[in-house]
Design a protein around this ligand. Sequence first.
Ligand code: ADP
Ligand code: TPW
Length: 584
Amino acid sequence: MAEVLNHPQTAITAETAKQETPATTDGFHLVIDALKLNDLNTIFGLVGIPITDLARLAQAEGMRFIGFRHEQHAGNAAAIAGYMTQKPGICMTVSAPGFLNGLTALANATTNCFPMILISGSSEREIVDLQQGDYEEMDQLNAAKPYAKAAYRVLHAEDIGIGIARAIRAAVSGRPGGVYLDLPAKLLSQTIDAVKGKQSLVRVVDAAPRQLPAPDSVKRALDVLKGAKRPLILLGKGAAYAQADAQIRELVEKSGIPYLPMSMAKGLLPDTHEQSASAARSFVLQEADVVLLIGARLNWLLSHGKGKTWGGAPKQFIQVDISPTEIDSNVAIAAPVIGDIGSCVSALLGGIDASFPKPPAEWTGAISERKNKNLEKMAATLAKNPSPMNFHSALRAIRDVLKTRPDINVVNEGANTLDYARSIIDMYEPRKRFDSGTWGIMGIGMGFAIGAAVTSGKPVVAIEGDSAFGFSGMELETICRYDLPVCTIVFNNNGVYRGTDVNPTGGKDVAPTVFVKGARYDKMIEAFGGVGRHATTPEELTKALQEAIASGKPTLINAVIDEAAGTESGRLTNLNPQSTAMKK
Ligand code: ADP
Ligand code: TPW
């Protein structure tokens, strides 16, 4: 493989193409050139034959290769980069086990509608298909299909350009998702004429074309909205992804309709916006008569649009989404508006003029009343200073620091740590909050943190349950290696949900939810040259976080939380963040 790096033609440029010696190129170069041609300049991955050479070449050709300790986290980094940029994040892995480790992230990306491409090396087709036992043998293409939006394999070097173009389009057009691209090892070393190779590359034009909504669907939606007595706008992470921030804000403000952001849509409008109904979430979901969903699905996170969460009052839904089959997936949708969110919201805005009825004062007044009552209750809870810290006192300290830095990215996972942080930490800017998402998955933490830091060049604060952190903890080394401005705060309550469970038999094994007591996660990062801090009070936590942000150094703060403070989470009844936070 060494020859690959010594390849006479490291970059296919107009100049080199003109060189006298008839040059050849190969699969390795064509993959890198195709990615670069499409402005995909960062690869998140983990090496091994033949990806090692691909990674070396990528770096030699000026791309960024961010090497991870486990493929799942490389995949998560790629996925969040895709969500932040609307360009597919690229993850590269070796075959079979490396591919399978990355597949969890690909499936998670598809579930969350994040665009990414998982590129894996694979073994020889002849041997795989006859199941003759090759090194890391696996039929990866078929394994990927059920979990990806699309899956492709390239067998000939001259098809690499087309293969990558198809993967890009599949990832970002329509509803975004994860795409698998299978590159057999043999393909990478195939050589072809360099000029032919260059001609075979494709620069994708208009990868995610606008999709305009049908005018009659817009009219229907406006008619339903006009008839509302208690309207509500629900913003999902599709709305954040769409980067139609100004139009969405205008729609909310011109219509005067109260809105609720789903967790990753927080910050699309600042959480402090007066029309935000977050602090009266249960009330508005139950009482609204018309709900305008923008880039949000009626899945488990919204109790499927029915049941107690939504109250007894009959509702009409308007749904703006790019995917026609999302409509009527859980309950009947009175007015579907199909298209990209920017186009749909602009079209809706066209019908909202001075004569458009404002939501009745009875409705907005009732919401304000609820909000004020709840916010008062919350303020009282947050003002307490128990020792050891509980989730609220620790989050109050973090909230107050983050308030001063609205540009900071926030990663958040755990059970209680997720539920409480979601409602206590305000977001002020779009696409700055990255969390467990549609699956409620643990393990996105360090991958998302690295992806967000690399993509934005801005600091990241990862607020992590101690169990959640454990899934990706080894990536602290990656954070230190690339000297990323990531501050990880581990909410250490000695276990999953809490640390107080006991083994009912009195046997030697601890209860299934319990970890080593008093663990010092801060020592882990010190092993890699990062800064470890131990915080037992809100004051210590504040200071450690302020210093971490100011220094930009990789930091881990071990925040000691009362091991009895957490409740068992992940149940549907705990999905309403505001009410969960209110319980304490
Ligand atoms: P949340 O979890 O925040 O409620 P979901 O992931 O459930 O959000 O929903 C996101 C929705 O947004 C998906 O149904 C997806 O099809 C849609 N979507 C994503 N991007 C766009 C876009 N650019 N235009 C329109 N709809 C989009
Ligand atoms: C991939 C199940 C949901 S929440 C959680 C687990 C293991 C951890 C909760 O403990 P943590 O948080 O992080 O210490 P806290 O604040 O309550 O103390 N495996 C995967 N995903 C999920 N969701 C689980 C298991 C789970």
